[in-house]
Design a protein around this ligand. Sequence first.
Ligand code: AMP
Length: 425
Amino acid sequence: MTSAPQQLRAPRGTRDLHGETSRAWGWMEAAFRGLAGRAGFREIRTPIFESTDVFTRGVGEATDIVGKEMYTFLDRKGRSLSLRPEGTAPVVRAVLENGLLQPGAITKLFYIGSMFRYDRPQAGRYRQFDQVGIELIGSPYPAADAEVIALAADMLHAYGLDDATVMVNSVGDAACRPAYEDAIRDAVRPDLAALCPECRVRFETRPLRILDCKVPGCQALAATVPPPRASLCAPCAEHFAEVLSLLDILGVRYRVAGDLVRGLDYYTRTVFEVHYGTMGAQTALFGGGRYDGLVEQLGGPATPSVGYAAGIDRMLLAMSAAGVAPWGEDTLDVAIICGADELRPRAQALARQLRTRWSVDVDVQRRAFGKQLQAAGKRGARLALIFDAKAGDGALALKDMTTGEQIAVDAADVVSAIAAKLAPI
Ligand code: AMP
């Protein structure tokens, strides 16, 4: 007895995007491309896998996304490669490799693409998810931080997510962070045993990350730690104050979040996240900040930089919670309806010609006339262009599918007749 082959499924934590979701995706990518492009950012596309070193050196082995969540494998020559868990380290690697850094100039890049993290899937958290991100490489000034955060706000506005909260903080730099790390250790030391095993390691190596731990016991302890801003050195405090003042001038609404530290090692000074309240557990839409040490860490010259990454999957969830769907309906301008088999090749040829201007569908299933018309209605066609065998050679009819009104058109006048019907009122 032969059994039916087992149905294959997409791997856990991945999804197929189709129908309205893929339409929304296209819209979101295009809107982001437009926004970033108008702000002078140019697209960069990097491979979806990199040498594992790009992430261990760039993001840090002690971070969750590199230490615990990375898809790492050996290729056939035994090289360690990893699917990218984030976009910034690959962009910096690419910028250095392609000589895109000019002394004294800034490099403004954006990217769109899939990231991969082996985490427990849940609503808003996937193993393959898409991010759009920007990187402004080469400016140490608060204006760069403000530019990037303002662009995040513009994007939220374009997506109808003005209700989202932009949270900003400063985590200091190499000058003041050691003192702050000591302050964390001092605050936590009496209750060290209450930390999770990982945070006990972080206590030694990266105490800042205790503040980012999701384990309730660690969170309770983290709440007793003085906020990083209390330990900022004068230049970092001044930088942060200037960023906030610029955001005020630009009219970007934000909240200073003293406990925001971000999970990656490369951040210095400004960090920010965007959260959307009504989305369940995964409320973070964007994460970003300044990464003044990363370019150097990956072998380049000291190059202060700032950027963000926003998750498309989660922004789409937020948009659906907010009830906004600016991508509109899946419409069709013209459905060609064919009344006789011998006319089908002509109909198909005309479809190709009309597609230089409009979206046009033509039957390829040899469906009967009535069925084609029915399908056109279901598909939401605005016009039906009817090849009617009875009407004689060259005679066509154009039917307005909304009003039902039908007019005869000569084959030579088809384009102008359609244009007149579809012209915006
Ligand atoms: P992160 O660098 O981890 O802060 O990620 C930046 C943004 O990417 C987040 O704010 C989310 O919108 C999105 N993101 C991160 N991880 C996931 C995931 N596993 N699934 C879906 N979106 C994610």
